[in-house]
Design a binder for this molecule. Structure first.
Ligand SMILES: N[C@@H](CCC(=O)N[C@@H](CS)C(=O)NCC(=O)O)C(=O)O
Ligand SMILES: *[C@@H]1O[C@H](CO)[C@@H](O)[C@H](O)[C@H]1NC(C)=O
Length: 220
């Protein structure tokens, strides 16, 4: 292994992008290794034998799996920069609660929206919008979910910005119309280099991956 920190990842993964943002926030240098998820490397199978999924962060040869676990590990390991999680136990619990909400609601509704059609797709779209509205409510008038600074919940949610265009295209709606505060929050996050250089082009996600995949699945 050439570097102390290696990231096994896949370009459009929202989970992988979380780790990229966190590493960039902390200014950690690392080696990025793109996985072929149709033909996983020996290293991935060895480092994440349980789920065999990316992202995996390998630090000094030891693997850390599950994106939100990795983000917390990064926060606890590189303490040179502003913390992502608050120090107060209650606020930490609250941040983890919302991270979990994003995994359970945003990810799964988003996935249903682009992998289905007809009534099922319409239901997924409605549910996804509702979930974003819940997050909007939670954001309130703050700049970031972390308050004045980018925090754990921001890192958990921002990668989905790369997927907004695919959601909009599949669901035939505009995020801006339904959750304008989330869109403006995302644009604020994108002003940070840690975010803009870690996220992928929304057009690429849609045209190079989602739409061709829908064709393969016989949905369009
Ligand atoms: N809960 C995991 C989800 C990771 C995940 O779903 N990774 C996908 C890519 S987005 C993957 O590696 N899929 C390969 C497979 O399932 O075989 C996390 O937060 O890291
Ligand atoms: C799978 O990956 C291995 C090593 O990375 C490579 O040698 C092999 O040709 C790949 N197989 C396919 C079917 O792409």
């Amino acid at each position: 292994m050439t570097k102390v920190v290696v990231l096994l990842d896949f370009w459009l993964s929202p989970f992988g992008m979380r780790v990229r943002v966190a590493l960039a926030e902390k200014g950690v240098e690392y080696e990025y290794r793109e996985e072929d998820l149709g033909n996983k490397s020996q290293l991935l199978l060895q480092m994440n034998p349980v789920h065999k999924k990316i992202p995996v962060l390998i630090h000094n040869g030891k693997p850390i799996c599950e994106s939100l676990v990795i983000v917390q590990y990064i926060d606890e390991t590189w303490k040179n920069k502003a913390p992502l999680l608050p120090s107060d136990p209650y606020q930490r619990a609250e941040a983890r609660f919302w991270g979990d909400y994003i995994d359970k609601q945003i990810y799964s509704c988003g996935r249903r929206l682009w992998t289905t059609k007809g009534e099922e797709q319409e239901a997924a779209k409605k549910e996804l919008i509702e979930c974003f509205k819940v997050l909007e409510e939670h954001l309130g008038d703050r700049t970031y979910f972390g308050g004045d600074n980018l925090g754990f919940v921001d890192v958990a949610l921002i990668p989905f910005y790369s997927w907004f265009y695919a959601f909009e295209t599949c669901g035939n709606f505009k995020m801006e119309e339904w959750c304008p505060k989330i869109v403006s929050w995302a644009k604020t996050c994108m002003q940070r280099e840690s975010v803009s250089k870690s996220l992928v082009d929304p057009l690429k996600v849609c045209h190079d991956f989602v739409l061709p995949r829908r064709k393969t699945l016989g949905l369009d």
